[in-house]
Design a protein around this ligand. Sequence first.
Ligand code: UFG
Length: 333
Amino acid sequence: MTNVLVVGGAGYIGSHMVAILLKQGFRVTVFDNLSRGHKDACEGAHFIQGNLLDFAAISGCLSAQSFDIVFHFAALAYVGESVKHPEQYYQNNVVGSVNLLAAMRKHKLNRLVFSSTCATYGEAKHLPIRETDPQVPVNPYGFSKFVVEHMLSDYAKAYGFQSISLRYFNSAGCDPLGALGERHEPETHLIPLVLREALRTKLGGHSKDTALQIFGDDYDTPDGSCQRDYVHVNDLCDAHLLAAQQLLTNDDGQAKYYNLANAVAYSVFDVVSACRRLTGQPIEYRIEPRRSGDPAVLIGDAQQAIKELGWKPHRTQLDDMISSAWNYLSKGA
Ligand code: UFG
């Protein structure tokens, strides 16, 4: 049985991955500091509470069992927060990854699937963005992931350390059965915040008391708001599984990089309109100044993942992503 370690497996994307790995018959251990994740989101996996900033903890975890591959989801991932608190981002995302890679080398484990991001590209020169396009991050979050990508490329050259970095565009949606969802506190992502506003009015709140803020309506885009390329979380997880299969079967000693995107852009106002239609709630908002660190448009070309990994995104409609997130959020209400 393939034995996998999922670092950051209690978070939003990590917990969806754990559920899929368990369903596929993998033996799964989660290593997570629970700073943003939830232990009950990875039921069925062996759970170790630990922090990547503690080298002895991650090294001890790797010495206790013989793992075939590691998935690395453990990172802080809020663009706005990274601009205000860059030190936390460089500590957690860069130093944490340095420790993980050193511990993996120490225990002769050299296969890693790394959660990277389209935030490594910054403001795109042309769209959709391809893997070969320049990476010029415009916020500390994107830069922290860019640094780790570079480390992986240097590790491949020097040590034959094999990795696949998956550059996610905007992850959205939830497990279709509604068992897992996006449980960030504080929540800063657009779709869950718009849906929280819908839930508030559904439960009797007045639409004029809205807490929803739109950060900027003066971008150089058709409706003035930012545009993003949304990808269903389960499609992201499918790509991780394919990446793991490739790493487990190919011993090419390389570091590879793939975009995970649908090449379709939705604006912030498109998301609000779709949420209004799908929830039947009025959903009002306030226009606020631009949020620091936000590129105007991010749209990705995932042809390389489609061709080389055999990735087939199945849940490409924004409506499906929003409906699954609404199903999760409104379930208990
Ligand atoms: N937005 C609002 N109001 C909100 C929240 C967000 O207007 O209350 C806007 C943002 O300004 C942005 C868009 O909605 O224009 C999307 O914002 P999110 O916070 O949902 O997502 P981001 O694009 O900032 O970041 C997410 C992930 C990152 C990833 C990035 C890639 O958090 O990890 O997608 O774009 F790198």
